[in-house]
Each structure stands twice: as C-alpha cells, then as structure tokens.
Design a protein around this ligand. Sequence first.
Ligand SMILES: Cc1cc2nc3c(=O)[nH]c(=O)nc-3n(C[C@H](O)[C@H](O)[C@H](O)COP(=O)(O)OP(=O)(O)OC[C@H]3O[C@@H](n4cnc5c(N)ncnc54)[C@H](O)[C@@H]3O)c2cc1C
Length: 364
Amino acid sequence: MFTAASVARGGRRVRVLESKPQFEPAPRTLIVTDQFRSQMGASARESIVNEIRRFELFTDGRSAQVALTKPDLIIERSRLIPALAREAQQAGANLSFDTRFLGIGPNARGLRLEVETGGQREELHADSVVGADGAASRVARASGWPPIETVPLVQAIVRLPKDCPPDTTRVWFVPDDTPYFYWLIPESAERGAVGVIGENGGDTKRCFERFLEKKHMEPLEWQGARIPVYRGWVPVRRQIGNGEVYLVGDAAAQVKVSTVGGIVTGFRGALGVAQALLQNGKSQELGALRRELGTHWLIRRALHRFQQKDYSELVDLLDASTRQSLGEINRDESTRLLWSVVRRQPRLVLLGLRGLLMGKTEKN
Ligand SMILES: Cc1cc2nc3c(=O)[nH]c(=O)nc-3n(C[C@H](O)[C@H](O)[C@H](O)COP(=O)(O)OP(=O)(O)OC[C@H]3O[C@@H](n4cnc5c(N)ncnc54)[C@H](O)[C@@H]3O)c2cc1C
C-alpha cells in the first residue's frame, strides 16, 4: 500500500490486489522506533496508541533500565492498514479486494498475471509487479525466488501488571527457552502485549505458557504468525521477459533480525522499490536498508549462542554511559548505535566476538 501510494503519486497507474474480501485486519500490537513518524503520512500516524519512554532488561535476577530520549511508539495494525489504504486511494491507486494472485509469466509487452477474483479466474497485464504478500510470498515463489526461513512469534494480550508503568517496555533474556527474548509492551494503562520469538513452534508455545504462568499473566487474546529471518540481502528485483518483478517487506525478509521487527524496515523497502520503479531502477534507500539489515544480522549472530552467563555479563556491562547511547540512538540506526556503544564500553566488543566465535565453533 505504501509502495502503491508513492508510485501513484509519481504518476504511474497502480492496481493493488488483496486476497482478503475487505480490510478487517486482525488487531496486532506493534512497537516501532520514532523513525516511523518521519516515514508516515498524517493519517497513518493516527495508528499510534501509546508511547514508550523506558526499557527494562531482565536476566537471571539482574536488571538494567534504558531511558529513551525519543519515545518508541506503540501502533495498532488494524488502524494502520485502513489508513494506508486510504492514502493509496487518495494518491490514485485502485484497490481490488477478494483478488488472489496465483501465477505470473511473460507476455509480448510485459507480464501476464493469473488471479482469482470472487471465485473466477482472470488474466491481468502489467509492466511491473510488486510482491508485498508476506513471508510465504506466492509472487516470490512464482517468480523464481527461493523460500525464506521463518521463525514462530507468539503474542498474548494481558491485563497490564500493576507494577508495570504504561510507558515502560520489559524484555527478558532466557537463553534456556529461546535465543531471542520475551517482551511485555503496554498498549494502554490497562492492557499490554506479552510475547516471545522462538525457533520451533511447539517448544515456543510450551515455554510461553510456562512463562505466562510464572508471571501470573492470563491471556485475553492471542496473536501470532511466522516471521522471516534475515540471513543476507534478498535481491529485490527480477526480470521476467520484458517485465520486472519486485519484492517488499516480509516477502523479501526485510526484518531486523536482532529484534525481529519488520515495520520500519519494510516501509524502507517499500520506499526503495517505489524509487526504483520511478527512477529507472535506481534507489539510494535500498542500499542504505541493505547496510542496516546487515548490521542487525551481525548483532544477531553475536547474541544467538549467548548462554545465561553471557547475558548476565551483558547486563552488568551496561553502565550509565552505555545506557545513554542506547537511549539516545534508536535501533533503526544500528551502525551509529553500535559504534557509540562500543566506544563507551569496549568490553562489549569482546563479549560480542565471543558470541560470534561460539556460533562458528558449533557450525564447525
Ligand atoms: C504477532 C506479531 C507481532 C509483531 N510485532 C512487531 C513489532 O512489534 N514491531 C515490528 O516492527 N514488527 C512486528 N511484527 C512483524 C511485522 O508485523 C511484519 O514484518 C509486517 O507486518 C510485514 O508486512 P508485509 O506487508 O510485508 O506483510 P503482511 O503483513 O504479511 O501482508 C501481506 C498481505 O498480502 C496479502 N496476500 C497474501 N497472499 C496473497 C495473494 N496470493 N494474493 C493477494 N494478496 C495476498 C495478505 O492478505 C496481506 O494483506 C510482528 C508480527 C507478528 C505476527
């Protein structure tokens, strides 16, 4: 939708195909950095439901707090998607619901698409196609991209614990349960989203249920899906005959693999593809996004084999000046953040290198 709006504003004819019969997106509580504000138009900014001013990190009885200079934003996906749809329509894009993409091939001028609309098969023609159809992208498979790896994410809406302020996100590192982490994100003074990312669906659910029980949190609603794991840049363009196909968002694994957040990076990918479509394949944004995703991949590799003692050491090393860097620079500017943190706490480099080497030793 974001690509559609940008390309339509650039004067191209755009049609958006959505397999769902209408926009009634399931509610989903999402956390994004302040960068989201500068990416979005005014109406999409109305999806912001709360602001986060502090992070609390926990591991094995230890804790550290990071105060954010610019608050993180809590957004509600069921508000964001209709707002993006309105912006795309206002820019001149045509939206077709209940229209599922099935297949693609070359024709004399560009591309021939097979779609199913209201139960009927139909053929469409286009010069360019953008696949923004999520982690299991059919556009990507039909155009010859290999499948991407995914991990399970489970989230439950709970009553916000009394001791948790509504402007504070909590993160727990429990490496025996997951190489990623658990979180609690307040969406209001009453409710929050607690969740986990794991590696195996069954184990992740079991660990999550145990965690909820231990923390005396009762699920009111469940949210979940599989999230792509970024393991290197997915080239976003392929030529089919005289036509071109692009991928955007989860379809191209444009997800920060350190925290498994795909909103800000997905929008950067969407902007990059819009630039490429309007500027004969040229886009500065895609190069910058590739560097950003690469830094998160490096951080994930350093953290992924961390054991309890490594997380304990990590939290102990977060002194006042390191916490200041973490609070001042957001995680969507990871290279600047990484340099600032290691300059202030060089021992973190050794810890990170140990993590990277542990990963290597296991592979060998
Ligand atoms: C529970 C949960 C919590 C999350 N929390 C965060 C968070 O806090 N912060 C963050 O940054 N990220 C978070 N993420 C990740 C983030 O939601 C995704 O990265 C993002 O939604 C990807 O957007 P997308 O548009 O690429 O794909 P999707 O949101 O998957 O959209 C794909 C669209 O394509 C349509 N479609 C699919 N197949 C077809 C077809 N064949 N024909 C036509 N249409 C089709 C679908 O109906 C859908 O509308 C979370 C994900 C989950 C599941």
